[in-house]
Design a binder for this molecule. Sequence first.
Ligand code: NAD
Ligand code: TYD
Length: 355
Amino acid sequence: MKTYFVTGGAGFIGSNFVLYMMEKYDDIRIVNVDALTYAGNLENLQSIEGDRRHIFVQADIRDKAKMEELFLAYQPDYVVNFAAESHVDRSIETPEVFADTNVIGTVTLLNVAKAAWEKPDGNFGKRKFLQVGTDEVYGSLPLDEPDTFFREDTPLNPHSPYSASKAAADMFVKAYGDTYGFPVNITRCSNNYGPFQFPEKLIPLMINNALHHKGLPVYGDGLNVRDWLYVEDHCKAIDMVLSQGRLGEVYNIGGHNERPNIFIVKKIIEECAQAVDDIRITEDLITYVEDRKGHDRRYGIAPDKIKADLGWYPETAFEVGIVKTIQWYLENADWVSNVTSGAYQDYYAKMYEGR
Ligand code: NAD
Ligand code: TYD
């Protein structure tokens, strides 16, 4: 039986990953370590409540003593590090929080895992540390060169405090591999969407605002492009990299599904209006607002390496995934009101007031 030390497993992608793995494998143990910030929610894990294969621990990855205690208690085979501050807009407001969690947190985990796993001969056995990274570390692609993509050897050129912190974390993971022979993989995925995404990111924000006839704030000219991937396809890729990825390698994960933001917003309006049969959900809800500072123009991944080496490909077409996602938010209105109460309300008011 393998033990997975999953950090950030109460957040959006982390909880989807935990549920995916529990569904796929019987003989598995997941130690789910999450600080439960505004973005982490135990409701995401309700369907596996009482399942003895899943152990939830509320803890901070920066807490070295606690991480050491957990490593000693559970002897994990794998670390999958999802825990992070993940929202670009917040990183523009409070960059230092991103440096702290995303960089110091990752280095703390690397340090603890290395100490726990290293054998007297300097070997690490069949262990692996997988860093869940983002394509945003590569910077931005031009809109007028649609045939250029991020590849694993594209130089890192992060622009936002978020992507800078993720790039720094990746570099530490690489350094542990290069310096100590520590067994690592780094994945860099494009924008995810699907169930349990906190409604501050583009897709869930637009779905929930549209369903409540609230304004849909589109930044700048709405022509920035993101490459959208259904979250389950990301989870599948991570599982494949864990089991088959060559040590030390970086794998880019993307859907070849590049769309301008305004396309996404209009699609959500159309699908929401149809799903609830409501003629008040129209493009009149769109409000163009001030652009994000340093807004990256386009992200696009050529997922050739993970396809060729591991046989991964995205299974969920955007047209299918977006309808499933809207359906999920419709059926989980309680989840939305629970996670958006409290701190989120203040944040939301501050970010969008007066726009
Ligand atoms: P999220 O914000 O939904 O979840 C992050 C989780 O980490 C939350 O549950 C939070 O409580 C937890 N956390 C935060 N700080 C912590 C700390 N100090 N100790 C322990 N737990 C802590 O984020 P997400 O969208 O699920 O992203 C997960 C990972 O995937 C991140 O590393 C992110 O950079 C990466 N990623 C995200 C996307 C995307 O589109 N969302 C794309 C590529 C990569
Ligand atoms: P987001 O979901 O924050 O992801 P990221 O910035 O990591 O790509 O944003 C996706 C795109 O949508 C990005 O170009 C910014 C834009 N956006 C809006 O136009 N309005 C919004 O309210 C939000 C949250 C994002």
